[in-house]
Design a protein around this ligand. Structure first.
Ligand SMILES: Nc1ncnc2c1ncn2[C@@H]1O[C@H](COP(=O)(O)OP(=O)(O)OP(=O)(O)O)[C@@H](O)[C@H]1O
Ligand SMILES: [Mg+2]
Length: 465
């Protein structure tokens, strides 16, 4: 473990020199001298070093006291809202994997977890690239071979995740053999979500038809064709225009064909098994449908987990047993390509569910991790709750401004890089290589440069050669 004093146990000293020399002193940082560690996401107390996941090494040398090469850890107790930004290929999906490795059960116990009990997670895998999490890197694939040599250099052992479940929508080819079919129950979709899905205003004519239909079918397990039959029945509609009803009918028929809806669909309750990493592989779905799946999961999560924690708090207060629960105490929801799932300027089913999720998450043990290459395109109400950021390379000023605005601490004002002095934080973000980022949190006086560690499980997002 890197928190031990035994040098032999430490991660390797892979960063002894840095091209980046930051002139702003680090006035406040959560540094643990024992083992040369820096903690992000919480204020450290002496001796309390459990629930930490290893994420990389400090990459900058710093004026005054320098922490270059120190091991960087992420707190995994506090319900976090983490925002990962960066251009294509900068390392965002890689980070999601690093975080998942840090919180999940591993095939082989690893020093990347310091006193972590496996935490239940749900990953919205918009590109269906995270199935590799289950496996250690494969030496026969060049990108994985590179990973293995990086791991050796960092003195880390390869390992897959031990407790994973993969879900695919109907029609997607299964290749792992144990993929679970992901379908949604129409009764789990709220009126507002149906409207967003079909691109309709809640109070518009089609919104009205949907409201009446859902009201009529309430309380039963219904299918999309039950909805269509109700809408098609003239007796139910009096003065409502046929054109509005027909417009919905066409859209519902289209949905019926995708097979995404089924009255026996999955519910978030099925995913809430302690310690399981659930990966929803959604590449084959339309963006609206990716958003809908996310909405349903997020909403059910805060409802179920909210109730669980309220019950527990009351029982604790009165010194009673809460009757036990087979639910986990904490859940992490991770969303890759968040701009697709919760865009700022479009109607999307996930938007209000995620706003509510981040508001209630703190009391319900719910963390959220969002990754995006378009920081200016994600809903602001969700981002207002961000408490930790990983900012990778960006190039466009509008994206840099949006990403920098969300960093929950001060930016850097002056950095030297190979003889050049940079005084614009945007320029500092532009020069980063893949896997390098600025980490920002409330417990550190300014953003700190980080080299993210190699992945111990296979990374599936490499570019084809
Ligand atoms: N911490 C790291 N260490 C070593 N290599 C890295 C690291 N992070 C990223 N890379 C390299 O960069 C490549 C791209 O990373 P990743 O797939 O995470 O990009 P991304 O930001 O998710 O891009 P996109 O927006 O296209 O999905 C990886 O395949 C890997 O080769
Ligand atoms: Mg990616």
């Amino acid at each position: 473990m890197s928190f031990s004093n035994k040098l032999a146990d430490n991660f390797a000293r892979v960063l002894e020199k840095s091209p980046y020399s930051v002139q702003d002193q680090l006035v406040k940082v959560q540094y643990v001298q024992q083992g040369n560690n820096v903690v992000f996401g919480r204020t450290v107390r002496p001796g309390e070093y459990s629930n930490l996941a290893y994420i990389g090494k400090i990459l900058e040398s710093t004026a005054g006291k320098s922490y270059l090469g120190a091991d960087a850890w992420l707190d995994v107790t506090f319900p976090h809202v983490i925002y990962i930004t960066g251009t294509r290929g900068s390392g965002k999906s890689f980070d999601l994997g690093v975080i998942l490795e840090g919180i999940s059960e591993l095939e082989a116990p690893s020093a990347i977890q310091n006193g972590v009990n496996p935490i239940t997670s749900i990953l919205i895998d918009t590109q269906s690239q995270f199935w590799t999490l289950r496996f250690a890197p494969n030496p026969d694939i060049p990108a994985n071979a590179q990973q293995l040599s990086d791991l050796a250099r960092w003195n880390l052992k390869a390992s897959g995740l031990a407790n994973t479940r993969f879900y695919v929508p109907p029609g997607t080819t299964k290749f792992l053999g144990d993929e679970i079919e992901l379908t949604i129950r129409p009764q789990d979709v709220t009126h507002a979500e149906w409207c967003a899905l079909l691109g309709q205003e809640v109070y518009g004519p089609q919104g009205h038809i949907l409201a009446k239909t859902l009201e009529a079918l309430q309380g039963q397990a219904f299918s999309v064709s039950d909805m269509s039959s109700y809408i098609a029945n003239d007796l139910n509609w009096g003065a409502v225009a046929d054109s509005s009803r027909n417009a919905i009918l066409y859209k519902l028929e289209d949905y019926d064909r995708t097979g995404l809806f089924s009255s026996s669909g999955i519910s978030a309750r099925d995913l809430l098994v302690p310690g399981v990493c659930n990966v929803l592989m959604l590449r084959d779905l339309r963006n609206q449908d990716k958003s809908l799946v996310t909405a349903i999961i997020a909403r059910q999560l805060f409802t179920i987990m909210g109730e669980r924690h309220t019950k527990k708090k009351i029982a604790d207060f009165f010194g009673k047993d809460d009757g036990g629960s087979d639910l986990p105490t904490r859940v992490w929801l991770l969303i890759d390509e968040a701009h697709v799932v919760a865009p700022k300027d479009e109607l999307s089913p996930a938007r209000s569910a995620l706003v509510e999720y981040v508001k209630r998450g703190r009391d319900s043990g719910l963390s959220l991790v969002l990754a995006t290459q378009q920081p200016s395109a994600v809903d602001d109400r969700i981002l207002s709750q961000v408490n930790l950021t990983l900012s990778h390379r960006l190039t466009f000023q509008s994206d840099i401004t949006a990403a920098a605005n969300r960093i929950p601490t001060k930016p850097i004002t002056c950095m030297k890089m190979s003889g050049t002095t940079l005084t614009d934080f945007g320029d500092m973000i532009r020069v980063l290589d893949a896997g390098q980022c600025f980490v920002g949190d409330h417990s550190t006086s300014r953003a700190v440069m980080l080299q993210i560690r190699p992945r111990i499980s296979a990374h599936g997002g490499y570019s084809p050669i």
